[in-house]
Design a protein around this ligand. Structure first.
Ligand code: ASP
Length: 410
């Protein structure tokens, strides 16, 4: 009997082992051992996450745009879908930031900058709105990749994706190339995510050995914060929009979506949940054509749970690094987390990879992701569940909007 343990189980074991080893090292007074030998291994994992973020964003966004190929044909349904996705994601970011700031404000997020060091940080001066907008547009594509300037990478993806669509048949080779290259990157991402247990074990041991048992309480609090925001968003935005636009009671909505929500919670992959969410949405009254368009697109670009997680994690990590985010930086977080969640693939752990982009955009040391790597799975379960619920709510609303329009035309 040599059945391989599933990744969640491996991560769970790694987490427990890391905490145990960390506590032993803490009480035995040998925390330097973890800093000298375990943390560097975790650093390798974080470096790999950082290394993959540019190709993932570039290819997944271009691939997403190409898959909207029949945007014109789908016409108004496409625009409504994207509008629903963007509005709800921006609201999600605000809810995430509000909860995170409340938690930080009442002192529930720690400041670990003294213990962890490396937080020499001077907040960049806010250059003003116009200068910030100008800076989003790259003057040299390679430099954007080189500096991992994610906003610029997204702009590049939008332009290239749009141009590929505009070039029509002549761009077939490039389309095939993007599709094929994206598959390669997905494989690589899968491989890096499969190393998560090693990253989890080493970082957890290092963090616990250096912080003592206190950090465990802080992590529980940041997870609680994210889940509160997930729940508020599901109730306030999804069930309310299903009620307002599709006339469905919140109870009927959550009951209908439950199967997909549970599946997403355990698999932590929107993409893997697609067949289940399609079945749920159709049973709840979404039109077949619309569900077939909205749900796959949603599983690729609509990630409100991920956006909330990225906002909460950013405020938490900034707090640990001893950084107070300015109002301008918060706006930047809303913008980048909205875009980052769009660029997040619907697979397990992808949101954490994209978190690096949000942190980089506001100059927070990406290495601090190490603080929450260990518990990412716990965040991921809730965020994927929320992501899938949003796709289902959208398919119901768009069905209603389109049927009203069709009725008006008659
Ligand atoms: N696991 C999430 C999903 O598939 C993406 C993420 O990691 O945030 O929806």
């Amino acid at each position: 009997m040599n059945k391989k343990l599933s990744l969640p189980v491996q991560i769970g074991i790694a987490l427990a082992a890391g905490v145990a080893v960390g506590l032993i090292c803490y009480f035995a007074g040998v925390k330097d051992f973890t800093t000298a030998y375990l943390k560097p291994i975790g650093d390798i994992f974080v470096n790999l996450l950082k290394f993959i973020v540019v190709p993932v964003v570039l290819l997944s966004m271009i691939d997403g745009i190409i898959s909207m190929n029949d945007m014109k044909k789908v016409g108004s349904a496409g625009i409504k879908t994207v509008a629903y996705f963007l509005c709800t994601t921006a609201i999600a970011c605000v809810i995430g930031l509000v909860f995170a700031n409340i938690f930080k404000g009442v002192g529930l997020f720690p400041d670990l900058s003294k213990q962890l060091g490396s937080a020499e940080y001077t907040p960049p001066e806010y250059a003003g709105l116009m200068a910030t907008i100008v800076a989003i547009f790259p003057s040299n594509m390679w430099q954007s990749f080189f500096n991992a300037n994610m906003l610029q990478v997204i702009v590049i993806s939008l332009f290239l994706g749009g141009s590929i669509l505009a070039a029509g048949k002549k761009a077939q080779l490039v389309r095939d190339f993007v599709g094929s290259a994206y598959s390669v990157i997905e494989q690589l991402m899968g491989f890096i995510i499969s190393l998560a247990p090693i990253g989890v074990f080493t970082y957890m041991a290092w963090v616990v050995a250096n912080q003592g048992p206190d950090i465990l309480g802080s992590l529980a609090l940041v997870i609680l914060c994210a889940y509160l925001a997930y729940i508020v968003h599901a109730v306030l935005v999804y069930s309310a929009s299903a009620k307002a636009f599709a006339g469905m009671s919140p109870l009927a909505f959550f009951k209908g979506a439950m199967a997909a929500m549970v599946f997403a919670f355990s698999t932590t992959s929107s993409a893997a949940t697609l067949p289940v969410s399609t079945e749920c949405a159709e049973k709840m009254g979404a039109e077949k054509d619309i569900a077939a368009f909205v749900l796959p697109l949603g599983s690729t670009i609509n990630m409100d749970g991920t956006a909330i997680y990225q906002c909460v994690a950013t405020v938490f990590i900034a707090s640990c690094a001893g950084i107070n985010l300015t109002f301008g930086q918060m706006i930047m977080v809303v913008a980048t987390a909205t875009l980052a969640s769009i660029g997040t693939a619907g697979v397990s752990g992808a949101g954490m990879v994209m978190l690096a982009m949000v942190l980089e955009a506001i100059n927070i040391p990406v290495a601090y992701i190490g603080l929450i790597v260990a518990v990412d799975r716990l965040f991921d379960m809730g965020r994927t569940c929320l992501n899938v619920t949003g796709d289902i709510a959208c398919s119901l609303c768009v069905t209603k909007w389109e049927s009203k329009k069709a009725a008006a035309r008659k």
